[in-house]
Ligand binder design. Structure first.
Ligand code: SF4
Ligand code: SF4
Length: 345
């Protein structure tokens, strides 16, 4: 292991996007600027260890050349490394005679190596394990009620008490897709920590970095002034508060309105997109149907002003419900999503 002082001087990032996903988190991260992935890989950020990034979407290598560092890491011959998982983790205990998702083939048998086998081999050896995006963190869209794969978030799969070599549990950076700078800032924290220059990363109960997910969308929304004046949009063609046309911002933990999306520009409700709660463990089931009316939105403007205190209390209850995953996200050998096959099993 390459070390400098107390910390390491080189780190590999082994990124697997073979979870159930659209690879949108990798694509999103190419837009990061605080810092950019290019600056991290080129060693332009002072004090960071040298970073070797392995990500199939951004790689020049293909086939076995690309898989080589993963195989070495699984044999304990490449360290330290940060394991990044993108996409939700299917339940391979209920895959029948097939498999749900794989990453390369087993050289001995020629059979696909499942994502789950890679996680089983790599996670215990990783310095840190990071879930990128809502699918990897809490299951996301693939883990909706009625899904056939029994898929789940990474902490549901490894266990919420899992600890990587750093002593950290899975580090969750949700978002559908992940906000690029949220991910890069988290990764940068971990890299400084690996170098012995940062304290342990602070995480909330849902394993999200506290400084990124400690506030609600509403608390940083450009339209919050309209909300306080009880001045609401009646359709999407309005600069006013969108709570009555489906915005969940008051009960969702996310910093996107403050941070913007790319280079400070965008940020869902700031630019006319109602918040649908994509960073939350209860997403999407607890927010559906989207564009419907979230709690408090059906009160009249007068009532909303008068009962502000009560609304804030109810928001707290709703927020804690939305911060819990549905009960069918689990790693037991049973499918409990309510899936109804349209043909024989
Ligand atoms: S648009 Fe949404 S987040 Fe913004 S002020 Fe209204 S309810 Fe809050
Ligand atoms: S503002 Fe809402 S919809 Fe937009 S990224 Fe944040 S949680 Fe997702």
């Amino acid at each position: 292991m390459a070390r400098s002082g107390k910390g390491v001087s080189e780190v590999h990032i082994l990124w697997i996007s073979e979870g159930m996903s659209c690879d949108g988190d990798t694509v999103s991260i190419t837009a990061a600027s605080n810092p950019s992935i290019e600056d991290v890989v080129r060693g332009l950020i002072p004090g960071l260890p040298k970073v070797h990034l392995h990500n199939k979407v951004l790689a020049f290598e293909t086939g076995e050349d690309f898989l080589k560092p993963y195989r070495l890491a699984a044999e304990g011959k490449l360290e330290p490394f940060v394991l990044v998982i993108e996409g939700s983790i299917p339940n391979e205990q209920i895959n029948g005679e097939g498999y749900w998702t794989s990453f390369g083939n087993d050289p001995k048998t020629g059979q696909p190596t499942t994502l789950n086998e890679w996680i089983d081999r790599l996670a215990p050896l990783a310095w840190a394990v990071v879930a990128a995006g809502t699918c990897a963190t809490y299951g996301g869209i693939h883990a909706m009620e009625g899904n056939p794969t029994g898929c789940m978030g990474l902490a549901d799969y490894l266990g919420w008490d899992f600890r990587a070599r750093s002593g950290h549990p899975v580090v969750n950076v949700p978002g559908c897709p992940v906000q690029p700078d949220n991910f890069m800032e988290t990764l940068t924290w971990l890299l400084y920590e690996a170098a012995g220059k940062n304290p342990p990363i602070p995480l909330d109960d849902n394993l999200r970095p506290t400084w990124l997910f400690g506030k609600t969308v509403h608390e940083s929304c450009d339209r919050a002034g309209y909300y306080e004046q009880a001045d609401f949009a009646k359709d999407y063609n309005s600069p006013k508060c969108q709570v009555k046309v489906g915005c969940w911002g008051p009960v969702v933990n996310c910093n996107v309105p403050k941070r913007g999306w790319m280079s400070g520009i965008g940020g869902c409700p700031n630019v006319g997109g109602v918040c649908i709660g994509c960073t939350m463990p209860g997403f999407p089931d607890k927010f559906m149907p989207f564009m419907d009316q979230p709690p408090g939105s059906t009160l009249s403007s007068t009532a909303l002003s008068a009962y502000g205190r009560m609304i804030r209390g109810l928001r707290g209850i709703t927020n804690s419900t939305l911060n819990r995953e549905p009960k069918w996200h689990h790693n037991r050998p049973r499918l409990t999503t309510g899936y109804e096959p349209r043909w024989g099993r």
